[in-house]
Write a protein that binds this ligand. Structure first.
Ligand code: PMP
Length: 407
């Protein structure tokens, strides 16, 4: 007798729900900028939204030659695990570039990171307890707000103006709220494009020195200057040297796909960031680090960046020339001397988030300003990236924007 086969379809066992996500994963929302990037991937959309460097200006040949050289010359090293702190050759080159720009730096002062975005996460892990206070610019770079939110920190905006945070307001908040750190993008800020003048940098450094405060100075755009004079880093100001973390990135000057950034920080904090990085990704890809070091040795990055900056200046001018016709009467905007973004404000009655679907229907996109605000959002603001498109496409994009915004 054959054994009786069990029926093939049994009732499914009762299934209990899986445990919930961590509260931090539930409370931190996705970036609206990244959602908009999905829309702008359609080729017919003229993209003033994403912070995308102009792809036709990537030095693809130079970068390919650097990869070729390290993969054929030192493949066993390029394809191997590496140290968490970063490849010595790249750290030395980054230290030399930083020193040449007025801030004496040793290779050991630098931790290579997987984009400067990772530096923000590492600093948040190393410095912030739930409930700690972080001060930010208002408006502020979105993914920094996300990195701080993940730690459960309280994020407070510092009042400011077209020159950045107001040092007197900063001092009042530092005394009253005892924050751990101030996060700032002093040069060609994301999202506004504004730059903090030297005197204000000195005042911010003095507040940090007087009251005890970390300053996180994020500078991915500073080299993209097409007008005016370079302003020294906050990190180079007296009083700030031992309490400023300077973040740099190759994303906007070489290519963002390399995911190469770095932080320069005092020893104890840098060490804590390196331990956090061990847990995050062990190290930044060796082949990318060695290729970048090779690129710096074989090519003239500064010459490349000046070419890129000149083109970006032309694109800013193309955008400035068309804005008055595209935006409703009563709108205002700024005129950045470098970087990738400008910031506009429409009259009070406009809500740029509500209007975006109308605008995208015309095949053009911007980023609404509200999500960049850590405090009360200003719904009439928007960020325009002027570097991704050519001047002709910028002119056409502004015509479409004008149509999309027309009541
Ligand atoms: N900081 C700021 C102010 C940025 O705008 C960006 C990128 N948009 C980053 C950091 C992160 O850049 P990455 O990780 O590519 O170096």
């Amino acid at each position: 007798m054959t054994a009786v086969e069990p029926p093939l379809s049994r009732p499914a066992p009762a299934s209990a729900p899986v445990p919930p996500l961590a509260s931090r994963a539930r409370s931190v929302g996705g970036s609206p900028v990244r959602d908009i990037l999905a829309v702008t991937a359609r080729p017919e959309v003229i993209n003033f939204a994403g912070g995308l460097p102009a792809p036709e200006l990537f030095d693809a040949a130079g970068i390919a030659a650097a990869y070729q050289a390290v993969l054929t010359g030192t493949p066993a090293q390029a394809l191997q695990y590496s140290t968490t702190e970063g490849e010595p050759r790249l750290r030395a080159a980054l230290a030399a570039r930083t020193t040449a720009r007025g801030l004496a730096t040793d290779a050991d002062d630098i931790l290579v990171t997987t984009g400067s975005q990772q530096a923000l996460s590492l600093l948040a892990t190393a410095l912030l307890e739930p409930g700690d206070t972080v001060l930010v610019e208002n408006p502020c770079y979105l993914a920094a707000l996300q990195a701080f939110a993940f730690t459960g920190a309280r994020v407070l905006p510092v009042p400011g103006d077209a020159d950045g945070v107001d040092p007197a307001a900063l001092e009042e908040l530092v005394v009253g709220e005892r924050p751990k750190l101030l996060y700032t993008v002093p040069t060609f800020q994301n999202p506004t494009g504004r730059t903090m003048p030297a005197a204000r940098r000195a005042a911010v450094a003095a507040v940090a020195a007087r009251h005890g405060l970390w300053i996180v100075e994020d500078d991915p755009y500073g080299e993209l200057r097409f007008e005016g004079e370079r302003v020294p880093w906050i990190a180079a100001h007296p009083g700030a040297e031992d309490r400023t973390v300077l973040l740099g990135s190759f994303s906007k000057v070489m290519a963002p796909g390399l995911r190469l950034g770095w932080l320069r920080a005092p020893q104890e904090l840098r060490r804590a960031c390196a331990v956090a990085k061990q847990a995050a990704d062990l190290h930044t890809p060796t082949v990318n680090q060695l290729a970048a070091a090779r690129y710096l040795a074989d090519q003239d990055l500064d010459a490349h960046v000046s070419r890129v900056a000149r083109v970006y200046g032309e694109r800013r001018d193309a955008m400035l020339a068309g804005l008055a016709d595209a935006l409703p009467d009563g709108s205002t905007w700024n005129r950045p001397e470098g970087g990738m973004f400008l910031w506009a404000r429409l009259p009070d009655s406009y809500d740029t988030a509500a209007l975006l679907p109308e605008v995208v229907r015309e095949d053009v996109a911007y980023v609404p300003g509200a999500p960049f605000h850590a405090g009360a959002p200003d719904s009439a603001t928007l960020r325009l990236c002027f570097v991704t498109e050519t001047p002709d496409r910028i002119r056409e994009g502004l015509r479409r924007l004008g149509r999309g915004l027309r009541p």
